[in-house]
Design a protein around this ligand. Sequence first.
Ligand code: ADE
Length: 233
Amino acid sequence: MRIDILTLFPGMFTGFLEGSLLGAARAAGLVDVRVRDIREFAEGPHRQVDDRPYGGGPGMLLMPGPVVDCVEAVQAEADAGRVVMLTPGGRRLDQALVEQLAKFERIVLVCGRYEGFDARIRETLDADEISIGDYVLSGGEVAAMVIVDAVARLLPGVLGHEASADQDSFSGADRLVEGPQYTRPREFRGLAVPEVLLSGDHGRIARWRREQSVAATSRRESASQTPFQRSTS
Ligand code: ADE
């Protein structure tokens, strides 16, 4: 799979692309991730990429010219691919959407900065918009990293253990979260590993894990309805 990331801050991706899982996947040729600087496509002595919104309002918007030229330049290098703009108002990312993205041969991720994009960018490129959650980031770069990370680990051969992606939270038809897991030592500060996990009875372990997953999923649903606060104890 090839992923192009278009940004005004290419330096933000340096450490990220070299990181363990992704760095190894790139080195093994399992995923080809390329970063392009939108400013290369800006014109004039100041290489301007943004301007004030018509009709007034705060901040600056990315101008259509440099963004569209940059997307078209990377599209010309290979087939057009799916163009995705990262915006807080886009379709919310979840594991089902990550799975769909992982099936594309090629995606082009466009990171916004400032107050957003001129609306004609999306129209011209026939782009999709994705948000990584209902909060506002200072730009799309972190959101692009989230997508690349989540998509890359689903590509064949990227995870060491082939089965591990289907055991993840939100995988499988019912999209449950994972329940608690334990490793050594068998007892830590008075907390013992549940006896069932030491039983060697795989049927019982699978049933217990499933119950724990269902319980963790419903606890998570109710937790999201209550305010996040410091415990008083
Ligand atoms: N850019 C700013 N906020 C964002 C968000 N929540 N998701 C994706 N891109 C963004």
